[in-house]
Design a binder for this molecule. Structure first.
Ligand SMILES: Cc1cc2nc3c(=O)[nH]c(=O)nc-3n(C[C@H](O)[C@H](O)[C@H](O)COP(=O)(O)OP(=O)(O)OC[C@H]3O[C@@H](n4cnc5c(N)ncnc54)[C@H](O)[C@@H]3O)c2cc1C
Ligand SMILES: NC(=O)c1ccc[n+]([C@@H]2O[C@H](COP(=O)([O-])OP(=O)(O)OC[C@H]3O[C@@H](n4cnc5c(N)ncnc54)[C@H](OP(=O)(O)O)[C@@H]3O)[C@@H](O)[C@H]2O)c1
Length: 598
């Protein structure tokens, strides 16, 4: 067993007692150049160290999957926060909930029959991930309050040097594979508004909510009408003395859709008190005890229920083709319902209802949002904000709105680059290389940044449905890559630039046909109106199909050893080393079924 200067064991030698000095040296005799076999079995996995940045939904899933799919590896998840959860730990603003039904906002392999409501609120989602983490003992992989501040690629070693900040000190870690699961929507930012920080009242950001501040009976301003504002406004309006909504442009509010019904058996129906939804525009719904019992009692039924929800969402993808009949119908329907909900308010119907295609911005169920905007204690303005002073907001029309609390629901820094400095091949900074546009392969890899994977990266499936199946499949992809590097003794896996360019040609062409390229401002286009959408070119299941099978021919490969066949080892396979009866005879069958030699 050998250690490199960073203290890491180099597995190929450790595992096999092979005659190489470390994982990066050649198995050939350098003086005679004569091939020297490795003393290992065929495809014996070399040890690999993986650093994963973040312990949100992605980090936990990575820890879970790697335990089940990999062997002879080390994993550490560095997490800047004091707990797991990411999005759901940090976003605690009033009304924060998922925008897809909770039964499909779960890991695909870990259903939860106990969701309390159709769209679960942030604390319950956080509890789901915490339970998952503890049920499978995943905390052991996480180093909390450790922020990754930089990573530099070292070609000679085929490794990343990772700088980590903890308790005011910076330490160095090394890894063979770097996985960036630090969250696309994790870097919240204050809006650039003159005088914002001179405000003497409570200054809040949706993604950095201070629970100790109360708004009851106060005058509150909410900036923005994105997904966060849409959820905040009705909650605050309920008890605030006055709420003023500052908006810059139009947005679609998803109309009430038929909920997928739980078929409660007769014997449970008698005792049940079905919840009557009195307001047809309320989409949220608490599950009754009988419904939860029904879902708990039968895992097959729960699966069917989840599939029905997923199917209905996948079936609606047609609306994202901007000139399609489905898009026109959806636009007509949504505009009509918005008009009704706004009670034909002359200004709001003109300024809030978009003319661009449905789906250009993320669609959010806005329970009670439009109703709140026309409530007596609510005012709104589309006049641009000029500045903020100690007591309120001054708009371009010269009006000064006095407030006690200023809520910025103004979104995130969507620069698409990692939340830490990343220097790839030849010291190239990803921020420079990816300016003005990211150059990402399938939303998960980047040419020039070998052995690096980004989860939910640009040009992944970000625009529709739930991201969880996508991030799970991306992690499967990473596991497959790690396994290949281990068994084939690959030192460097670098996705090809030409292939990535060609892929982007496809995605650009697709985006032109889609609602994402309509003239709205959205974070898909880095908060611009006419930028390139950084979403996938197709439906979410189209994306899953694309990444389900890795295409290794899209990567430039450098092997650890001079001779790429050294993984063949000493001429035996693993089953032979342990005299495994079935393992040594799997191809003898009664029918032509698949077989494998491990
Ligand atoms: C308010 C809100 C609601 C959402 N609702 C939905 C929804 O309904 N459906 C849906 O599909 N998606 C939704 N999303 C997207 C959501 O972010 C993803 O569904 C999912 O939670 C992403 O998980 P993640 O682990 O990839 O990222 P995150 O949850 O963002 O976790 C990333 C983790 O990385 C850590 N981290 C970041 N930088 C560093 C660093 N430098 N060093 C160490 N650690 C670091 C963070 O602290 C965080 O814990 C929502 C997003 C927001 C903001
Ligand atoms: N599950 C959910 O329901 C949910 C909830 C919250 C967030 N999310 C996810 O997170 C993403 C981000 O949502 P978000 O609402 O936080 O951000 P967002 O969608 O980027 O919306 C930000 C809003 O703030 C406005 N704004 C930005 N800067 C401003 C400024 N300087 N002055 C005035 N207004 C300003 C924007 O105006 P413009 O319209 O002019 O750009 C926009 O209306 C969503 O798209 C979604 O993917 C999901």
């Amino acid at each position: 067993m050998t250690m490199d200067s960073s203290g890491n064991e180099h597995a190929c030698t450790a595992a096999a007692g092979a005659p190489v000095a470390n994982g990066n040296s050649s198995s050939s005799d350098e003086q005679t150049d004569k091939f020297q076999m490795l003393d290992q079995w065929h495809s014996q996995p070399r040890k690999i160290r993986i650093v994963h940045v973040g312990a949100g939904a992605t980090g936990l899933c990575a820890a879970w999957k790697m335990e089940r799919k990999l062997e002879n590896y080390e994993l550490v998840c560095y997490e800047k926060n004091e707990d797991i959860g990411g999005t759901w730990l940090e976003n605690r603003y009033p009304g924060c909930a998922c925008d897809v039904p909770a039964h499909i906002y779960t890991y695909t392999f870990e259903p939860n029959p106990n969701w309390k409501s159709y769209y679960a609120y942030a604390p319950e989602i956080q509890e789901y991930f915490a339970n998952f983490c503890d049920k499978y003992g995943l905390r052991k992989y996480v180093k909390f309050k450790h922020r990754v501040v930089g990573a530099v690629w070292h070609e000679d070693r085929g490794q990343w040097e990772v700088k980590v900040e903890h308790d005011g000190q910076t330490t160095t870690d090394w890894c063979d594979v770097l996985v960036n699961g630090s969250g696309l929507i994790n870097r919240w930012k204050w809006p650039q508004i003159q005088g914002l920080h001179s405000f003497k009242g409570d200054l809040m950001h949706s993604a950095h909510w201070d629970d100790s501040k109360k708004w009851d009976g106060k005058r509150v301003a909410v900036l923005g009408n994105g997904s966060s504002a849409i959820q905040i406004v009705p909650q605050v309006q309920n008890t605030a003395a006055k709420l003023t909504s500052f908006m810059r442009g139009p947005t679609f509010i998803t109309p009430p859709m038929e909920r997928v019904k739980v078929d409660v058996p007769e014997k449970l129906q008698e005792a049940d008190m079905p919840q009557t939804v009195l307001d047809p525009f309320v989409m949220q719904k608490a599950y009754t005890d009988a419904e939860i019992q029904t879902l708990r009692a039968d895992p097959d039924y729960l699966l069917l229920y989840r599939k029905k929800i997923e199917y209905s969402i996948n079936s609606n993808f047609g609306i994202f083709y901007k000139d399609s009949e489905a898009s026109k119908m959806a636009g007509w329907y949504m505009r009509d319902i918005m008009k009704k909900r706004l009670k034909d308010h002359p200004v709001l119907t003109e300024k809030l209802i978009p003319q661009w295609a449905v789906g250009c911005r993320r669609l959010t169920p806005g329970d009670g949002y439009l109703e709140a905007l026309i409530a007596p204690n609510v005012d709104f303005t589309f006049s641009p904000i000029e500045r903020v002073d100690e007591t309120g907001i001054i708009t371009a029309d010269g009006k000064h709105t006095e407030i006690d609390m200023l809520v910025c629901a103004t979104g995130f820094d969507m620069a698409w680059t990692p939340h830490f400095k990343l220097l790839g091949r030849n010291g190239v900074d990803i921020k420079e290389l990816w300016s003005p546009q990211p150059n990402c392969y399938l939303g998960l890899a980047a040419p020039g940044f070998p052995n690096y994977f980004v989860m939910n990266g640009p040009r992944g499936n970000l625009g529709n449905g739930t991201v969880l199946p996508c991030l799970e499949t991306q992690i499967d992809y990473v596991c497959a890559a790690v396994k290949k590097m281990q068994t084939d003794r690959i030192k460097v896996l670098d996705v090809r630039e030409d292939i990535t360019d060609s892929l982007n040609e496809y995605v650009d062409a697709w985006c032109e046909t889609s609602a994402f390229s309509a003239p709205c401002r959205s974070w898909y286009k880095n908060n611009t109106v006419d930028g390139k959408p950084m979403v996938w070119g197709g439906s979410s299941i189209h994306y899953l199909k694309t990444i389900k099978t890795p295409r290794w021919e899209h990567f430039n490969i450098t092997y650890l050893d001079k001779n790429p066949w050294s993984f063949l080892g000493n001429g035996r396979i693993h089953a032979e080393t342990i005299s495994d009866f079935d393992g040594m005879t799997p191809y003898l069958r009664n029918a032509d079924t698949p077989w494998e030699l491990v």
